[in-house]
Design a binder for this molecule. Sequence first.
Ligand code: PMP
Length: 394
Amino acid sequence: MSFSKRMSRIKPSGIRAVQKRIAGKSDMISFAAGLPDPALYPLEDLRKAADTMLEKEGATAFAYGLTKGYGPLLDYLTDRMNNREHVECTKENICILSGSQQGLGLAAMTFLDEGDVVITENPSYLGAINAFRPYGAEFVGVDTDDDGIVIEDLERALEENPKTKMIYVIPNFQNPTGKAWTLERRERFMEVVAKYDVAVVEDNPYGDLRFKGEPLPHLRALDKKGQVIYLGSFSKILSPGMRVAWTCASKEVATAFESLKETNDLQSPELTQMLTYYYLKMFDLEKHIEEIQVVYKERCELMVEMIQKYFPAEIKYTDPEGGMFLWLELPEGLDSDAILDDALAAGIAYIPGESFFSFDGVKNTIRMNFTMVKDDQIRDGIRILGDVFRKHIG
Ligand code: PMP
């Protein structure tokens, strides 16, 4: 059996490699997770929603449904995008997805041919890079600073790469850096990309996890040409395992996604779409999100405080206003992958940053998760990690 050329382009995930090394070690303090805290799922409310759903819907909850999604949930999402996210749209612009991860694959399938160019932030979400890789596109990375993507570098990348078909960005609390773009950066980004015939994928799984500052407009809300493909998800605010997410894009793109989705998985599970809808109808999602924000804010602030206290001053860190991650930059010349051996031996896990770049060679960065660790684990873990780093910095 010979696999397709596409298969040879798939790279093993750097995250899974760390998770394999720590599997079964229950006393390990892990900053390597990429998950929302399951203790914050609204279990009791979901159970009540499920009971009501089963009583009212019976067999239809277990039947096939439409590829585009469960009608009442599509109506809810249309309303949410218009009135809460301030993105003008109709139901025609929406397609429900099996996780925003599916949207990344569908975007790649829709836009990318071999030799095309995808621009991403430097670093970017590993799961997106891996979803785009099989299509044979070239990656061009554009750096970000504290305010977001660096516009001059983006302009240069677009000028130098006329085969750019797609730009993939995460303007809110990026995975892996935790950075969020300022309003000015969002506006300037849209001014620049409007001059080019490119699709922009705006991946926003973390936008609702803002625990400081004011929400800022989505790129899709600033988009006058219909080039932005917005991806929203219930994974980080309700449950990742239900696999319910959506795109809000131009009618043409939403329709293309629907056709491709039909060949991909026919539909997202009727059961979890309906359950999401019943939960939304019966309970207050915004109140639930506020509860999550309070917990994540405390954990993030504690992590930053401990970093300031225990890490050598040479280590740079981001101080996120939301999301699930912060990003460390060790002094040039240090190798976070090699240091991981010592960290694991001391009972601490993290994800070396190299796999979040579309190219090899950035050795001195680390992604740290703050949503899956309790306060005492943050205190102990950061102190111990500080000692490990100090040993290497000398
Ligand atoms: N995009 C980003 C930036 C993510 O971090 C993740 C999840 N880790 C996803 C997409 C996929 O999320 P979903 O569960 O909606 O497929």
